[in-house]
Design a protein around this ligand. Structure first.
Ligand SMILES: C[S@@+](CC[C@H](N)C(=O)[O-])C[C@H]1O[C@@H](n2cnc3c(N)ncnc32)[C@H](O)[C@@H]1O
Length: 335
């Protein structure tokens, strides 16, 4: 029967997300198992232990320290225990890739921000769908968020020690992100250089770019203010291992009414996808989330397949966000 483990799911700040968190974590565990742990985790099932719901799963052999260094990166895992006969819980120490204090991700608060746990989940399942899933804990992935907003994905990628690239059409978002990151890096005494410069091609201004280079290693972050349909003109082919995007919701978000240029997600996807795909290395993966009220899943699948991507079967990540938004996730691999 092997070893049984019980995972306590973290209470999220967002009440609505909390209701879906156990289901989403179950799907995420399955993705970790298939992608990085050779399918060694049995299916997870919810179990009530002393009034708390845990996700319980079994393995044939006990988890190794390498396994625990991967599972420590689950987006909603609070604590992991070994289930000892007699309903006793033995705490298990996991480790995470985290390179920085978590206020890098929690401090920014703004209307239209993608939930932090969800952003980490989307990044995880995308990395786990790539050809390098087995190197989850060791590869320095380059992650492109082509609709980056104020940078939740970029900050999560930085947190993992990976190299983020963002594209965002709204210059105010670039300014807000640059101001936040520069202040945060200075306050944490992390040595770096940072610059905002114009981007021109053939004498035409395409936008601006914000670059950060870390002094301690060769990691870097690049954030472009540009229309993502022009992504191909901004950088070289095949620069990214992963493309992760929480697409515009097709609804007005609070104060974000200045976005006259914003298109619906299906329209944006069909205009931007050919350029995006050229930026991904073969073996790389795409993870998209979007509002199913404005574009059905089949339409998104058809679009990705038409552009030569292999779409993974639904992995159970659809969830309710609010009255106007039901969010689903599509993950695909570039061959
Ligand atoms: C759902 S939001 C992403 C939020 C982001 N994940 C965050 O947490 O800040 C989608 C973003 O896509 C941007 N966007 C819409 N159309 C775009 C385009 N053509 N080019 C680049 N960005 C675009 C919007 O301005 C918006 O910031």
């Amino acid at each position: 029967m092997g070893t049984e483990y019980a995972l306590l799911v973290a209470p999220s700040a967002n009440r609505v997300y909390t209701q879906s968190a156990p289901d989403l974590t179950r799907a995420e565990l399955a993705a970790f198992s298939a992608g990085a742990l050779e399918g060694r985790l049995g299916p997870a099932t919810p179990r009530d232990l002393g009034g708390q719901t845990y996700l319980v799963f079994a393995t044939e052999d006990p988890l190794t320290s390498e396994d625990l260094a991967v599972l420590g990166n689950l987006s909603s895992g609070l604590a992991l225990y070994e289930l000892v006969p007699g309903d006793l819980l033995r705490p298990i120490r996991t480790s995470a890739l985290d390179k920085f204090d978590d206020d890098l991700i929690t401090i920014p608060k703004y209307s239209g921000k993608t939930n932090e746990n969800f952003t980490k989940l989307l990044l995880n399942v995308t990395a786990l769908a790539s050809a390098w899933a087995g190197d989850f804990g060791s590869r320095t992935f380059t992650v492109l968020d082509p609709v980056a907003g104020r940078g939740t994905t970029l900050n999560q990628a930085l947190m993992y020690g990976w190299n983020p690239i963002g594209i965002e059409i709204d210059g105010k978002d670039l300014d807000a992100y640059a101001a936040f990151l520069k202040t945060w890096l200075r306050r944490k005494r992390i040595k770096h250089s940072a610059d905002i410069t114009p981007v021109r091609r053939e004498g035409r201004k395409l936008g601006r770019r914000f670059d950060v280079e870390f002094t301690s290693d060769d990691r870097r972050l690049t954030f472009f203010e540009a229309d993502t349909t022009q992504a191909r003109a901004l950088m070289k082919r095949q620069v990214a291992d992963l493309l992760v995007a929480d697409l515009p919701y097709g609804v007005v978000h609070g104060s974000r009414t200045s976005k006259g240029l914003e298109r619906g997600p299906a329209e944006l996807l069909s205009a931007a996808l050919p350029g995006w795909i050229e930026l991904i290395r073969p073996g790389g993966a795409v993870g998209l989330s979007w509002n199913t009220h404005v574009a059905p899943r089949e339409q998104a699948v058809e679009l990705l397949e038409r552009h030569g991507l292999a779409v993974l079967a639904p992995i159970g990540l659809e969830h309710w966000v609010d009255q106007g938004i039901t969010r689903d996730v599509l993950v695909a691999r570039r061959s």
